[in-house]
Design a protein around this ligand. Structure first.
Ligand code: NAP
Length: 250
């Protein structure tokens, strides 16, 4: 199914690498004008913009730490100055600081909550006024199966991702009257830098828990994000859609 997002304006956080890059490329391919946010990977983010433009799409760069409200507000203001509207926000930026709870330092916990949860709050709050005014908007939060089932060594990450699911539901209820939908996508294990350093034994143990028997490509998450951004998903809000090869079945 070819989705049509022409005329839409999108902001993707952490879009230089991994899932965010795939999401930015897919939204642009569907016709959206995409702002590619990054924090520290300037070269990678420039490459994402170049790839979108080379494919005939529209893209611009925006540097900001999603956990920093001042930077995010400036980023959204500049986006609105450039495009006059904002239809799609994809809260994708995320980090891990994995370690067993007994050894977890305060900063391991705080940094993960700041980027993965506070960042979602900060970016969502920054776009709500505009989306309310438009009486249209799509917010898509990239959560994780780890927020649903937990994982050894990821108490900080699981807490942030579980928090994101509650945040998604509360925001969906608040914004429904304004025709702004808010959904979460919960990926399982995706081939990106985040999962590149898993040891062989860990990888095999994870694979044994995935009914489809493989990790996913970032494009497979991007396909769901594009659907949630499209007209076909107009009646979906407050939901978590798992893209996990069947890892979590309810
Ligand atoms: P990745 O390859 O490590 O990329 C992480 C992205 O987040 C980078 O683009 C990075 O940008 C950005 N980022 C980190 N801190 C940021 C900040 N403070 N402000 C703005 N951007 C920031 O990870 P990924 O696998 O693509 O993960 C993307 C999202 O999917 C994350 O939320 C992750 O939790 C989630 N997820 C991933 C998997 C998986 O298996 N890979 C599974 C479930 C969920 P810079 O490099 O510029 O800092």
């Amino acid at each position: 199914m070819k989705l049509d997002l022409s005329g839409r304006v999108a902001l993707v956080t952490g879009a230089g690498r991994g899932i965010g890059r795939a999401v930015a490329l897919a939204l642009a391919e569907a016709g959206a004008a995409v702002t590619v946010n990054y924090h520290s990977s300037a070269t990678a983010a420039e490459a994402t913009v170049t790839a979108i433009r080379a494919a005939g799409g529209t893209a611009r760069l925006a540097q900001a730490d999603v956990a920093n409200p001042q930077m995010v507000d400036v980023m959204v203001r500049e986006l609105l100055h450039a495009h006059g509207r904002l239809d799609i926000l994809v809260n994708n930026a995320g980090i891990t600081r994995d370690t067993l709870l007994l050894r977890m330092k305060d900063e391991d916990f705080d940094q993960v909550i700041a980027t993965n949860l506070r960042g979602v709050f900060v970016a969502t709050r920054a776009v709500l006024r505009q989306m309310s005014k438009q009486r249209a908007g799509r917010i898509i939060n990239i959560a994780s199966v780890i927020g649903q089932i937990g994982n050894v060594g990821q108490a900080n990450y699981a807490a942030a991702k579980a928090g994101m699911l509650g945040f998604t539901k509360a925001t969906a209820r608040e914004m429904a009257g304004r025709n702004v939908t808010v959904n979460a996508v919960a990926p399982g294990f995706i081939e990106t830098e985040m999962t590149a350093n898993l040891g062989d034994e860990t990888r095999q143990a994870i694979l044994a828990r995935i009914p489809l028997g493989r990790f996913a490509q970032p494009q497979e998450v991007a396909a769901m994000v594009c659907f949630l951004a499209s007209d076909g998903a107009a009646y979906l809000t407050g939901q978590t859609i798992n893209v996990d090869g069947g890892m979590v079945m309810e």
